[in-house]
Design a protein around this ligand. Structure first.
Ligand SMILES: C[S@@+](CC[C@H](N)C(=O)[O-])C[C@H]1O[C@@H](n2cnc3c(N)ncnc32)[C@H](O)[C@@H]1O
Length: 353
């Protein structure tokens, strides 16, 4: 992964709160330069190759943005004028499509939807005034997705190189009632410090997100390899040869198999079927064992070195049910998993205290 492609530019990898350190480490391993952590994002530099690699490989990133301009923006007029200082025909033709997303913090303009709408007006008016024709808005699969971050009355405008959020890996064909966000599952596993080479278990695996993310890591499979498309593939300067080379390299570096087991347990037959389907889609059938039973009844053949699990929360489950579930979980940890490290993702602080 050393071949250089063009000049370096700044990028912003967005993530969830608490994953900034892990994402920095992921980017560093990929060869990103001048890495800087901010809240819910990591700023870094690299070339086009780096942008493709970050999209394909970062397990905890949600989007990779490429900044293209910024301007003071304390009013509707400043937004409209500022957005028109960018030469949009470098990125888009008048007969193509766009979408604008905005995040607004600590600013005079407070409504993100309104900011998106006004920015879109400025962009399409630039085309209409010059060519008489204007690009149309398409929310699901635009040619160009534009991101505006308005903070303290300064608008930063970026191109969104990811398109759909990167947590949507593409392997999830089915899901239960409360599926875990794939990037969150990956972040938990990376935070756990699991060594990726010893037995791993999820005692309430639902549709299989945690075991799947663990198996992808252990087999060095890029999390983005199943996606149909990334935003940058629709850009004018998209380099198909470079992308083909990156994909081929990623596939050739996958480990063919694992010499330890990754396991998932769930008492719902229905979600275990969903998990099976997702695991099959990801090509991980040989790496993950599924057990359709309550974790209270499950007795591991080999005690895993790491458990990561995400118990039920909210919905129809009562406090009493949860109390019993956490009590049983604690008992199981003590009796059946000596020497094992367990991480539990919970919204119920009281239950585990
Ligand atoms: C929040 S969901 C897990 C979601 C999962 N991480 C995913 O991505 O799909 C909680 C799961 O715990 C399972 N569950 C609840 N009690 C259980 C028990 N005693 N033994 C095994 N599974 C249980 C439920 O069937 C449900 O699928």
């Amino acid at each position: 992964m050393s071949k250089n492609k063009g000049t370096d530019f700044e990028m912003i990898a967005k993530t969830s709160f608490g994953f900034e350190d892990i994402l920095s480490a992921e980017l560093e391993e990929l060869g990103a330069k001048k890495i800087r952590k901010v809240t819910r994002a990591v700023i870094f530099e690299g070339d086009e190759r780096m942008m493709y690699l970050a999209n394909l490989w970062c397990r905890t990133a949600l989007r990779i943005l490429k900044p293209i301009g910024s301007f003071p923006c304390a009013s509707e007029q400043e937004l409209y004028d500022g957005i028109r200082t960018i030469e949009w025909n470098k990125y888009l033709e008048a007969d193509e499509t766009l979408a604008v997303d905005s995040v607004v913090t600590k600013s005079n303009l407070t409504h993100s939807l309104y900011v998106s709408q006004k920015a879109k007006d400025g962009i399409v008016d630039q085309f209409r005034n010059r060519a008489g024709q204007r690009p149309n808005v398409e929310l699901s699969r635009p040619k160009l997705r534009i991101h505006i971050h308005l903070n303290q009355d300064v608008a930063s405008v970026s191109l969104d190189s990811s398109g759909e959020s990167l947590h949507k890996r593409g392997y999830r064909q089915q899901q239960g009632d409360a599926p875990l966000n794939e990037a969150l599952a990956a972040g938990m596993i990376l935070l756990s410090g699991w060594d990726k080479k010893s037995p791993f278990l999820d005692l309430m695996c639902g549709s299989g997100t945690i075991p799947i993310e663990a198996a992808l890591m252990a087999r060095n499979i890029a999390p983005g390899i199943f996606r149909r498309e990334f935003g940058f593939e629709r850009w004018n300067d998209f380099d198909q040869d470079l992308w083909d080379e990156i994909i081929a390299e990623a596939k050739s570096n996958q480990l063919p198999s694992l010499d330890f087991r990754i396991s998932g347990v769930d008492r719902s037959f229905e979600v275990i079927d969903f998990a099976k389907e997702n695991i099959r889609y990801a090509g991980l059938d040989k790496d993950i064992d599924l057990y359709s039973m309550a974790f209270e009844d499950y007795n591991p053949e080999i005690v895993p070195s790491m458990i990561v699990t995400n118990p039920p929360y909210g919905g129809r489950i009562t406090d009493d049910d949860l109390f019993l579930l956490y009590k049983n979980l604690g008992d199981a940890f003590k009796k059946k998993y000596p020497g094992c490290t367990a991480w539990v993702l919970t919204a119920n602080k009281r239950s585990i205290s």
